[in-house]
Write a protein that binds this ligand. Structure first.
Ligand SMILES: NC(=O)c1ccc[n+]([C@@H]2O[C@H](COP(=O)([O-])OP(=O)(O)OC[C@H]3O[C@@H](n4cnc5c(N)ncnc54)[C@H](O)[C@@H]3O)[C@@H](O)[C@H]2O)c1
Length: 321
């Protein structure tokens, strides 16, 4: 049985990590979050110690290490801009680290972490759960077994509604989350990189507080993409069903069915890591380069190979109305 500590325990995604630790029959011994709304721990690990001050959490982990009951893994579920610091803390505590996406905001943060990983002798793993989705795995197999030189036309749309709270939270702050393409899109850009190979071109058409659209060319795909957190962008026929999310990937005009199968992918990720088959930090490089470049590009507007939703009328920031 491995013992785990967790940073960011009170947040949305932390319970998926607690469940994954529980389902893989390991133990959470300590957790930290400056926010103490953390009763969820009782559903999984009522004996775990919990800290709201980093220094006390650090002291506790150090004590466990000296008593030879050290934690084997640190799970990082904190806001994106804190990941690299929390990963370094895990490595310094002589633990392997499992970190949420995006592993970091900038490509050079990866290089620094690779150095520290090497020095520490411990490993950093990223949660890239789309790579474990059965429909995505079968798409990868199909492309690998298809004609080698073929370049596929892909349209990717991911619209997931968020209320005004989004812009008060760290998620709506580009310096903390990296913005829509980084925070919402990185899973998809990783998946595209994983399946379609090296990147050749990255154009951005729209970049706003609530949406982003662009065009990516990979070795084997031309991708028009659109991401949004604005409910008004969701197609009317979808809104009528009461749904607040619209997810679609078409390859050569054919819809990839992947609406189900998202449950338990964190547990699946943990199983792979514990078996020695986790996704290492170097594997995240291309998707982090893509989102970093998107964040820093000047949008071209409606020119070139833009996604049809890029034409949707823009809406003002909710705090600047
Ligand atoms: N893999 C996925 O499908 C998925 C889904 C959602 C979120 N995420 C990722 O998980 C991470 C957390 O997202 P979330 O949705 O749970 O956000 P959240 O805001 O709900 O939770 C973040 C938690 O971190 C805590 N926190 C803030 N500052 C901290 C600090 N200095 N030290 C320690 N903890 C701190 C907050 O109090 C909060 O409880 C993000 O990196 C996000 O991108 C991944």
């Amino acid at each position: 049985m491995k013992s785990f500590a967790l940073i960011g325990a009170s947040g949305f995604v932390a319970s998926r990590h607690m469940r994954a630790i529980y389902d893989t029959e390991n133990e959470l011994v300590a957790a930290y979050d400056p926010n103490d709304s953390v009763g969820i721990i009782d559903s999984f690990f009522p004996k775990a110690d919990f800290f709201v001050e980093f220094e006390r959490f650090d002291r506790h982990l150090d004590k466990l290490r000296r008593e030879e009951t050290k934690v084997n893994f640190l799970s990082v579920c904190s806001p994106n801009y804190l990941h690299d610091s929390h990963i370094r803390f895990g490595l310094r505590s002589q633990a392997d680290v499992i970190c949420e996406k995006p592993i970091v905001l900038n490509p050079w943060n990866i290089d620094a972490l690779l150095d520290i990983e090497r020095e520490s002798g411990k490993s950093i793993f990223s949660i890239l759960q789309l790579r474990l989705h059965p429909a995505i795995i079968s798409l990868k197999n199909k492309i690998e077994n298809g004609p080698k030189g073929k370049v596929y036309d892909v349209d990717l749309s991911y619209l997931t509604s968020r209320g005004n709270w989004y812009y008060t939270s760290w998620k709506g702050d580009v310096n903390k989350s990296g913005g829509i393409a980084t925070n919402i899109g990185v899973h998809f850009f990783d998946m595209l990189s994983w399946i379609f190979g090296d990147l050749k071109r990255n154009d951005v058409h729209v970049l706003a507080h609530d949406r982003a659209a662009g065009y990516l060319e990979f070795q084997q795909a031309r991708v028009r993409w659109f991401l949004s957190v604005n409910n008004s962008a969701i197609p009317e026929e979808i809104k009528k069903t009461g749904a607040r999310t619209f997810r679609s990937i078409t390859i050569e005009g054919e819809e990839l069915e992947f609406s189900n199968g998202f449950n338990d992918l964190h547990t699946e990720s943990y199983k792979k890591i514990l078996e020695g088959n986790g996704f290492g930090i170097a594997e995240t490089k291309q998707s982090i380069e893509i989102v970093h470049d998107i964040r820093h590009k000047s949008p071209l507007g409606l020119k070139g190979e833009y996604h049809p939703f890029a034409k949707l009328p823009l809406t003002p920031h909710p705090f600047n109305k």
